[in-house]
Design a protein around this ligand. Structure first.
Ligand code: NAP
Length: 253
């Protein structure tokens, strides 16, 4: 495929975890991939893995909650890689605490990265999709959207992303753009490792305990989510929009 005809995808928070696996998967699917994360140097591993597999990638440092940084990042991606027509809003943080201990900052940071970040990235990228009359937006929600102890902030943000997604689907559908959410259950990444550490749990024991409560009897891996993103980003998924796909090894975990 020539560089000019290759479709371009952006994955945020793609230095590691679900974002890194998704970036690699979309590159395997034939997209040129912008690997966006807070620190450009941290994207090197993902970019090199994609290039080693024969793909095209560009590492871009940006805080998705900062409007100017988002505008600069999307402009740079369009100039250096091509106009982005796939956007995966994956960057995320947790600031877990029971409600009575949750600080203003715990609330604001989680809202800023998940909700404001997805809004800013989508607003900046959608014009390229509308010009192309084709686009795919995938937002990372969570089973926590259904409610999760210690995550009032995160649950609200992840439920908010589902409403955001459905609205994008309604507004952008006539331009050939779909928007869908993926709500992962327990996925083994640095994010869940940090949770285990914070509550003083041994990681292997924690994974085994979580797996025991999951119908398919294992914890998820980033590639499980990348596979679902790959479906939503595919040509054939053009009639699937405004959906929330729970990828959790069962109905809930
Ligand atoms: P992760 O390993 O913590 O990776 C998240 C990445 O996002 C990190 O590289 C982080 O960079 C980056 N990031 C954080 N804030 C950012 C910002 N403001 N701008 C740009 N990048 C930023 O997380 P993960 O487990 O792969 O999770 C990925 C997504 O899936 C998140 O939205 C998460 O909420 C969601 N999710 C995860 C699970 C799970 O079980 N793991 C379940 C449901 C949903 P730094 O390292 O520099 O902070």
């Amino acid at each position: 495929m020539s560089e000019s005809s290759q479709r371009v995808a952006i994955v945020t928070g793609a230095a590691r975890g679900i974002g890194a696996a998704t970036a690699s998967r979309l590159a395997d699917d034939g997209f040129a991939v912008a690997v966006v994360d807070l620190d450009e140097a941290a994207t090197k591993g993902t970019v090199e893995a994609i290039e080693a597999a024969g793909g095209r990638a560009l590492g871009v440092g940006a805080d998705v909650s900062d409007s100017d940084q988002v505008t600069a990042a999307v402009d740079r991606i369009a100039a250096e890689l091509g106009p982005p027509v796939v956007l995966v809003n994956n960057a995320g943080v947790t600031r877990d605490n029971l409600l009575f201990k949750m600080t203003d900052s715990d609330w604001d940071v989680v809202m800023a990265v998940h909700l404001r970040g997805s809004f800013l990235m989508t607003r900046a990228a959608q014009k390229h999709m509308i010009d192309a009359k084709w686009g795919r937006i995938v937002n990372l929600s969570s089973t926590s959207a259904l409610g999760n102890r210690g995550q009032a902030n995160y649950a609200a943000a992840k439920a908010g992303l589902q409403g955001f997604t459905k609205t994008l689907a309604i507004e952008l559908g006539k331009f050939g753009v779909t928007a869908n959410s993926i709500a992962p259950g327990f996925i083994q990444t640095e994010m869940t490792k940090a949770t285990a550490e914070r509550i003083g749990r041994n990681w292997e024991e924690y994974v085994a305990e979580r797996a025991a409560a999951i119908p398919v009897a294992r914890g998820g891996v980033p590639e499980d989510i990348a596979h679902a993103v790959s479906f939503f980003a595919s040509e054939g998924a053009g009639f699937v929009s405004g959906q929330v796909l729970y990828v959790a090894g069962g109905p809930r975990n």
